[in-house]
Design a protein. Structure first.
Length: 370
């Protein structure tokens, strides 16, 4: 423990140093030097202050100067004086004294007081240490809660993401929030997608390509490369110097990579389903187009045969009318039946065009499904 003794009597200072120097680091002054300069130089934990000095000021004045400075609030002041009245002791306390001892000094009493000061200083230091530990623990807990909160937010934000651009935007926002930046390669359906598309450098592209066959976490310089079968991420600009914080961040980034893997698997599964669905639609379209063509061809052939049949029927009737020798009224009646038959046939032929229109409408609806 460091002690500064202020006394204008050289004999008193010598005795004080002789008694206390065996146990403490003690420095003495007659009080003529600037008190704050002495405090700055020696950084005492205890000041033994004589009240009546031979200078133009008293020990009270020096203690007042020390207290007003504010830099030595934890330094304990023990006044030492031949003034022993209650008023003197109250005055000493009022000026900021922590204790008081009368002259001539009882060194046994002084040593007991100094032991109590040491105990208070030790308790104060222990409390400081406990406070620092508690503050650090609380701060770390708050940081961890915040870090986990960022991961939870990232997870919930990506529950319904089905495209890679949105997924990268969410990854980029996460790393921005933790004070870093990133480059990413997604590997989906045997294709490679690197982001950010317009600002990624050639070297970053090469590193991401190397990540396809690298181990899960690769540190290099102040950066980290995280890899999985479906994704690689370069995390840049990590400023954490605290090993515990850096370790937590690495764990959090690894968890984020797992979340991204799960989402890419889902996207790939949806893409595969979409491809299967598209392939089935294409096959259906092709088959229907073929069937529609066949139906149309048959309808046209049927129309042709019906027309031929009707024409043949009309010619046969006209020939028979001459052979049968029908009168004009009978011929007119028979030709009327033929004309009615032609009208019915024409109406039937119109149905072919209606059928074609229906087939074309079905084709348009199939295209809309795509």
């Amino acid at each position: 423990m460091k002690i500064l003794s202020i006394d204008d009597n050289p004999q008193n200072r010598n005795i004080m140093e002789m008694v206390l120097s065996k146990q403490y680091d003690i420095t003495s002054s007659d009080g003529s030097e600037p008190i704050l300069a002495l405090m700055e130089e020696h950084q005492p934990q205890v000041v033994l202050m004589d009240i009546l000095l031979s200078n133009d000021f008293t020990g009270y004045d020096l203690v007042k100067e020390i207290k007003e400075c504010g830099a030595y609030d934890e330094c304990e002041i023990i006044f030492i004086s031949a003034l022993t009245s209650s008023e003197d002791k109250l005055a000493a306390y009022g000026y900021g004294g922590d204790d008081y001892i009368a002259k001539p000094v009882d060194f046994k009493e002084l040593c007991e007081k100094l032991k109590r000061v040491e105990l208070r200083i030790s308790e104060r230091n222990n409390l400081k240490e406990m406070f620092e530990v508690a503050s650090s623990t609380a701060f770390t807990s708050m940081q961890q809660a915040s870090e986990l909160g960022e991961l939870v937010t990232f997870f919930t934000d990506n529950l319904e993401v089905t495209d890679l651009n949105t997924l990268f935007s969410n990854i980029q926002r996460y790393f921005t929030n933790v004070g870093a930046s990133c480059c990413v390669e997604f590997r989906v359906a045997k294709q490679y997608h690197q982001f950010p598309q317009h600002t990624i450098t050639g070297l970053e592209k090469e590193i991401l390509e190397l990540g396809r066959g690298a181990k899960r976490i690769v540190p290099f310089s102040s950066n980290l490369l995280f890899n999985s079968p479906t994704c690689s991420m370069i995390v840049k600009g990590i400023n954490a110097r605290d090993e515990d914080l850096l370790g937590r961040l690495r764990d959090n980034f690894a968890i984020l990579l797992t979340i991204v893997e799960s989402r890419i698997d889902f996207i790939e599964e949806q893409l595969e389903k979409s491809n299967i669905r598209q392939s089935a639609l294409n096959n259906l379209k092709s088959q229907l187009a073929e069937d529609f063509g066949t139906i149309k061809k048959l309808c046209l052939e049927q129309d042709k045969q019906i027309r031929i049949l009707v024409n043949d029927l009309s010619q046969a009737v006209q020939s028979k009318m001459i052979i049968l020798g029908l009168d004009e009224e009978q011929e007119s009646e028979l030709m009327g039946l033929v004309d009615e038959t032609k009208e019915v046939v024409e109406e039937t032929l119109v149905l072919s065009f209606t059928l074609e229109d229906k087939l074309q409408a079905i084709t348009k609806r199939l295209k809309a499904v795509e």
